[in-house]
Design a protein around this ligand. Sequence first.
Ligand code: CTP
Length: 444
Amino acid sequence: MADTRSKGQDSLSEGGILSGCRIIVGVSGGIAAYKTPMLVRRLREAGAEVQAVMTANARQFVTATTLQAVSGRPVRDSLWDAAAEAAMGHIELARWADLIVIAPTTADTLSRLAAGRADDLLSTLRLASRAPVLLAPAMNNVMWDHPATRRNLRRLTEDGCTILGPDSGPQACGETGPGRMQEPEALFAAVRDCCLSIPSWGSLATPVRSTPHLDGLRGKKFLITAGPTREAIDPVRYISNESSGKQGYALASAALRVGGEVTLISGPVNIAPPVGAKTISVTTAQQMNDAVQAQLPATDIFIGVAAVADYRPAEKKDQKIKKLPGGEKGLRLLLVENPDIIAGVSSSQNRPFVVGFAAETQDALRNAREKRKRKGMDMIVVNDVANPDIGFNSEENAVAVIWHGGEEKLPQSSKAQLAEWIIDRIATCYVDQLAPANPESVAE
Ligand code: CTP
């Protein structure tokens, strides 16, 4: 690849962040293909050059005209198109690509890729390219669970492909379960992060976002918690919450983009970890607390985004709890308190800069101001989860940021966008020494 291509520039709107990155967006034949033009549009808005490549079956679900309109290039779909091959042969096209993303990847395409076949343009490009390959599977939940699909996924992962999703939920076939293609915004974030980690294009060591105050975060060690925790009741039941992990993962990506070293401690979620972050998977609040404590000595900035369960069942039954015999009124479950992870971080020796989140359903600002002080946080980000259209499990959020001596409401935006802004505010507070390890923030 030529070194002369312009790298992205600092921009809160993300415009231009992928300038010059060359991406093949493969489309195979599943109903989720109707969402792929949205992904292509997001990549183009971010400055990427996009070549759409369809399989024969993809044409049943989305038109080449649509993909051509959003990508700004004629769509490629055949190894035997003489005119297209004359303009750029398939090997040349494979070399051109910095990254290949296939969305949706159907069960059949997964199987053909796992077998290393090269019987159409898309599979040939994948085989003839050294670029990273991201696959966004989409299929019926029974097909997804089938041992053959599991085997194909294992093989593709071993071959170095990254699997994005799938999400779980209602499916076009009328069933519910895992197999929905991730939403375009989530796919965009994964593709963007992967592009930014490609050394020949935009290395993490050369952060794309760079201003004097953001530069102060370069090389800093971020520890971020994300997602829900699960507290077991018996072998098949647990207490948990609606957290999707999206905001925490978006913050991890945003911290990577300013040159931070990121450790992400995640509860059970259905999203792919950001490329470049060290990810530690946990299930319970106690495990999350242990992992945080183990990483704490090497942490400059702690961001607690996880929706940690405040209580867990006093004991986990070894056997499934049976329904009580008739006549008994209700089942009592004794809950005991979990450790408050963030309060533990705030009160630790050599404490890092501490950022917490608060999801409130009433008096959001007042409760959050009080919570920041009570837990000794340097900054708190609060969202009002009473609005069902934003926050938990949705793509967008609207938050306010509160720190010592200041408050700011951020407009409703994508979680990726909000993450950029929050990192920006952290940089200002951290670098200007307004709050970190500052006695006033602890003494209030
Ligand atoms: N948090 C934590 N450990 C807990 C509970 C919460 O570290 N056991 C962190 C969350 O990650 C978040 C912040 O504390 O950053 C606020 O979480 P929230 O659930 O709003 O606070 P609670 O202390 O549980 O207060 P509430 O009574 O409002 O639930």
